[in-house]
Design a protein around this ligand. Structure first.
Ligand SMILES: [Fe+2]
Length: 339
């Protein structure tokens, strides 16, 4: 059975951001226990209108929120010191389930999402308990992935790179690291277990070999903890196919066709190390497509999909529980902070 977030509903008129902070302060121990057990908490019905409101509540839960450095792959805009837009990726594209920055040596431990404007349709942020995913993965697949390891490659253009039209391109390396200083970037990479390789035309290739599973630092539970099925070359087709099967709409069928073409083009015309993102076994051999498909199947079986409501505030234990995003249309404002 999928694990749903523990939900706390506001009781009007006690539903302001201040009321939520007071509730958190008075119930801190119980909330910590529930977060550890279920992997996510949801606060619903509180009047959170701005990024500043969200920051205030998140700081009440966690005074050590991160600021400045975001080494993930989504394009994000900073809205306040600690709060960013969740992702500026176009709405048609589904973001596969992932624990935030799982490929870093020091990934965030908690995420704080809030909805300041729900989309007209779609745009859910599904959650998935990655402890259950690890438990339910076929033992042969698990053993193969652990024994052969994985290697993640990401390619970035730089400020002096010639412009190209590549819809799958990641943001520029100076935008990701917030600096153009090569030495500083190499220091950050060293700290986070990544190798930085400077390439002609001002490009940067990041390579790392993260583990597939990590033990939860507080409970010791094993957690599927990697971006394997996010970075693998079949991802656009495979995720859009599952979205098509979930939605059964003409829009979803159309985008699945596009996903097939994009996946085909990536396989046909780009060498693995030159794709925006790629993942192989640690020795560079491809991971069997059937193994990655199996991982996706288990994840989708445990995914919890709930529509956003205005003012929803969701806390995620990033070391046990993943998140993603389903396609949407129209305006949508979901913001995030992390620690
Ligand atoms: Fe994310």
């Amino acid at each position: 059975m999928p694990t749903h977030p523990v939900t706390v509903h506001a009781t009007p008129p006690h539903n302001t951001a201040k009321d939520l902070i007071q509730y958190i302060t008075e119930n801190r121990d119980g909330l910590e226990d529930a977060l550890l057990r279920n992997g996510a908490l949801k606060f619903r019905g509180f009047a959170l209108h701005t990024a500043e409101d969200v920051e205030e509540v998140a700081l009440a839960l966690d005074p050590k929120l991160a600021s400045g450095e975001y080494l993930g792959t989504s394009p994000r805009d900073a809205l306040t010191r600690h709060v960013h837009s969740a992702s500026e990726l176009p709405g048609f594209y589904p973001i596969p389930q992932h624990c935030e920055m799982s490929f870093l040596a020091n990934p965030p431990s908690r995420l704080y999402f809030a909805c300041l404007l729900p989309s007209r349709w779609g745009g859910e942020t599904p959650l998935c308990d990655f402890r259950l995913v690890w438990r339910d993965l076929d033992l042969d697949v698990r053993n193969r992935l652990e024994r052969k390891g994985i290697r993640v490659v990401r390619n970035y253009a730089g400020p002096a790179t010639r412009r190209s039209f590549d819809p799958s391109a990641l943001k520029r390396w100076d935008a990701m690291f917030g600096t153009r200083d090569h030495q500083k970037i190499e220091e950050i990479c060293g700290r986070e277990g990544m190798t930085a390789e400077w390439l002609p035309d001002d490009k940067l290739r990041l390579t790392c070999e993260p583990s597939v599973m990590r033990l939860h630092p507080q409970t010791g539970e094993p957690v599927y903890f990697c971006h394997l099925q996010v970075f693998q070359v079949d991802t656009p087709e495979a995720e859009l196919r599952r979205v098509r099967n979930l939605r059964r709409s003409a829009h979803a069928r159309f985008w699945h066709t596009i996903g097939r073409l994009v996946t085909h083009a990536n396989k046909r015309f780009k060498r693995p190390t030159e794709r925006a993102m790629d993942v192989t076994h640690a020795d560079g051999t491809p991971i069997a497509s059937a193994d990655v498909e199996h991982v996706r199947d288990v994840i989708w079986r445990h995914m919890v999909v709930e529509p956003w409501q205005l003012g929803d505030f969701v806390v995620i234990d990033n070391l046990s529980t993943s998140h993603g995003r389903l396609p949407y249309a129209g305006p949508r404002t979901v913001v995030v902070a992390w620690s």
